[in-house]
Design a protein around this ligand. Structure first.
Ligand code: SF4
Ligand code: SF4
Length: 215
């Protein structure tokens, strides 16, 4: 998959709570992939150039999951491609379960290479012997977010909850989507939450070291 422009790949069993209401997937395991949104384009947010970069990653991830699914079918496996946009599963929760990052206060996945400047897609399969992830080295980010709150202050719509809503099935909501829709629509897109994130602007490992020492 990495030859297709994918940056990270990991595996997890899909928690049924991650599947959107009224949606279904065919197989219980997921191959989860991420792709970087280029910094040079995200730096310009909000802008048409930024929007084109977002849709480039949606498009290329869509091509990649279909290519990957086709290849796996050739080897006789049962698979279903999950596109980066309009998927049946909450990808942020799925990627966290696969160990690919942690969910920031802004509700986006954060990893060590690109901070929150990435998109996610998946391939669902019944392959049983995948190296399923069972640890997450990123979980410290949640504590960091409690002290940071930079995206909460930077959001032009005041749409990011200081404390995420937590539902009975243990899923969370980080954004008031009605409030987010206002600047998002007025500016033809926003992406300020990506651009303002501490993990977008600073080196992940330096932040981790400093936070671990100073708490
Ligand atoms: S996209 Fe903009 S308005 Fe919406 S949550 Fe992010 S920063 Fe706030
Ligand atoms: S800006 Fe700060 S609080 Fe918001 S997601 Fe990034 S690290 Fe967390």
């Amino acid at each position: 998959m990495k030859t297709l422009g994918v940056n990270d790949i990991a595996y997890t069993e899909v928690d049924s709570n991650f599947i959107f209401e009224g949606q279904q997937i065919l197989y219980k395991n997921a191959i989860v992939i991420t792709m970087e949104m280029k910094k040079s384009k995200i730096d310009l947010a909000p802008s048409d150039i930024t929007n084109r970069e977002i849709f480039r990653t949606y498009y290329e991830l869509g091509v990649d999951v279909n290519k990957g699914a086709k290849l796996l079918r050739k080897f006789g496996f049962n698979v279903q491609a999950g596109p980066a946009i309009g998927g049946a599963v909450n990808y942020v929760l799925l990627a966290r379960a696969a160990g690919l990052g942690e969910i920031g206060k802004h509700g986006l996945l954060i990893n060590d290479k690109f901070g929150p400047s990435l998109r996610i897609a998946a391939i669902y399969t019944d392959i049983e012997n995948l190296p399923i992830n069972n640890k997450n080295t990123y979980s410290w980010i949640s504590d960091f977010c409690q002290k940071c709150q930079l995206c909460v202050k930077a959001c032009p719509g005041k749409a990011i909850y200081k404390t995420p809503l937590v539902f009975e099935n243990n899923t969370q909501q980080h954004i008031d989507y009605n409030k987010c829709a206002v600047p998002f629509s007025n500016q033809h897109g926003c992406t300020i939450c990506v651009k303002s994130c501490t993990f977008y602007k600073q080196d992940y490992y330096k932040l981790k070291e400093k936070f671990t020492i100073n708490g």
